[in-house]
Design a protein around this ligand. Structure first.
Ligand code: BG6
Length: 497
């Protein structure tokens, strides 16, 4: 796919335009892109949803969403933004409504001279992905030609297991070629995950050490302090394994462990990522029991207030076995990583919100300083994804002054500490890339396939036995078994202060 610097005019069509995702993420992102001059000259945003009736009401809603969630306001762009906004109330489960939408889009296209190029953004519940795609087909709303394009941006979850993901993929790929499908994993839009690749491949300091000879273990941890919010219905059927590990954590693993790509194209990078996913060592049911920990929170103290346990959240079954926490040890079985454990951990209602990748280097032999202080800390390279965005390198140095002794010290780089709002939101990057036609930061089908295959193997074993939940208190670091998992190996989770 050829990427141009001049952006093609296009329609940006949002299904689910009155929903939570659109309000929290999409309008603020589009507004920020407009401020930065990163949108094509002719871009018309067409919202469609059930709730609002008129364009005026839609514009008001968008204004509110920008006021509440945008990292910048710059009111002078408001009018220009309003002019870009169009709205049609539609029930997209109804084919008449959809036909009306088709002709509305044709009208806007004509008046705004967007030349047939379209991004369709599905910000709807996953049950609607299939039906909407079917309607796009039936109404002939996708007709790729050499001069025009239509692209599909599709939110997670992409299926709930390998079979359903395959069925969904068959449906959308009958309509869109792979390079027109933008499967969102918003973690890939995060600054520091892109930076992880740059740090690895732009520094002779790190890349030569990036393998099993020098690295003892890798920890990928995404902890959340928040609970499940208003998404009970979805979360009850998903759980942390599907919600976070299947996509965000496995993508972080792929970026951390991949080989250098032959170039920086979407194909080349994704070719390397998929090989990592493919190389995750399959586990027998017995190994899954021993290597994967699940948890669910009980009531506890979070952010200084008492919060309910998961089973007491509104809408959750009192005997729910949905996991809100997962920790695991896995191996990437290839030449670079054989024998190096990767520890993954994620959960809701934990002590703190944080996402980071920790590279723990091998310890020095137990002589010299290590003979007298056997508990000396290892060297760590920490890629901090959020809330702080940066890198910390921990190493050992002599204690200052006359006293003997060695202490761990840190060199830190933080790119958002001084100016927290300078850092773009993931969706800004993702929307800009989809309009440019760059699929690098989106998940290719074969990656999804390998991700599900691995997750399904765990779900299958979990289904066999009921867990004894709840097993961790809100506001803690999760169940004891998650700490035990590392203690068995003589290791511990590293938590940045
Ligand atoms: C989403 C999950 O994909 O990621 C949510 O569905 C989770 O459950 C969210 O809270 C975390 O994203 P972020 O960007 O806030 O770390």
């Amino acid at each position: 796919v050829k990427l141009t610097t001049v952006l093609d005019s296009c329609l940006f069509v949002i299904f689910g335009a009155t929903g939570d995702l659109a309000q929290r993420k999409l309008y603020p992102a589009l507004y920020n892109l407009l401020i930065e001059g990163r949108l094509p000259e002719n871009l018309a945003i067409v919202g469609t949803g059930r709730r609002l009736e008129t364009r005026e009401a839609f514009i008001n809603m968008v204004d509110e969403s920008v006021a509440s969630f945008s990292r910048r306001s710059e009111p002078k762009f408001k009018n220009q933004f309003h002019r870009m906004l169009h709205y049609l109330q539609t029930d997209f489960s109804d084919s008449e409504g959809f036909a009306e939408l088709a002709s509305f889009l044709a009208q806007v296209e004509e008046s705004q001279q967007t030349r047939g190029n379209r991004v369709y953004f599905l910000a709807v519940a996953p049950e609607q992905f299939g039906p909407i795609t079917e309607q796009l087909r039936a109404n002939r709303m996708v007709r790729q030609s050499p001069d025009t394009w239509q692209r599909l941006m599709i939110e997670k979850p992409f299926g709930r297991d390998l079979d359903s993901a395959r069925a969904l993929n068959a449906q959308i790929s009958a309509l869109f070629p792979e390079e027109s499908i933008f499967r969102i994993d918003h973690y890939l839009g995060k600054e520091m995950l892109q930076n992880l690749v740059a740090i690895r491949f732009a520094n002779s300091l790190f890349e030569p050490l990036w393998n099993s000879r020098f690295i003892d273990n890798v920890q990928i941890s995404v902890t959340e302090a928040g609970g499940i919010g208003t998404r009970v219905r979805y979360y009850e059927t998903a759980g942390a394994l599907r919600d976070m590990v299947q996509n965000h954590l496995l993508q972080m693993l792929a970026l951390t462990a991949m080989e250098p790509p032959v170039d920086l194209s979407a194909q080349a990078i994704r070719n390397e990522k998929v090989k990592v996913l493919q190389a995750i060592k399959p586990m027998t049911p017995f190994e899954i029991e021993a290597n994967v920990v699940r948890g669910q929170y009980a009531a506890g103290l979070s952010g200084g207030r008492v919060v309910a346990g998961y089973r007491d959240e509104e809408g959750v079954a009192p005997t729910s076995t949905t996991e809100t926490f997962v920790a695991m040890r896995l191996f990437v079985q290839n030449f670079r990583w054989a024998g190096v454990p990767f520890y993954l951990r994620t959960g809701k209602r934990l002590a703190r919100r944080s996402a980071e990748v920790v590279i723990e280097f091998k310890s020095m032999p137990g002589v010299l300083y290590f003979a007298s202080e056997p508990r000396l800390q290892p060297n760590l390279l920490v890629i901090k994804v959020q809330p702080e965005e940066g890198v910390a390198l921990q190493f050992n140095a002599k204690k200052m002054g006359g006293t003997e002794g060695i202490v761990p010290v840190k060199m830190e780089f933080c790119q958002n500490c001084e100016f927290p709002h300078h850092s773009p939101e993931a969706y800004e990057r993702l929307i800009a890339d989809a309009i440019r036609g760059d699929t690098t930061l989106f998940t290719r089908w074969d990656e999804v396939e390998h991700q599900w295959r691995f997750i399904d193997s765990i779900v299958e074993v979990w289904q066999e036995a009921s867990p004894s939940f709840p097993n961790y208190g809100a506001g803690t670091w999760g169940p004891r078994e998650a700490d035990e998992l590392l203690r068995q190996d003589g290791r511990q989770w590293h938590v940045s202060d």
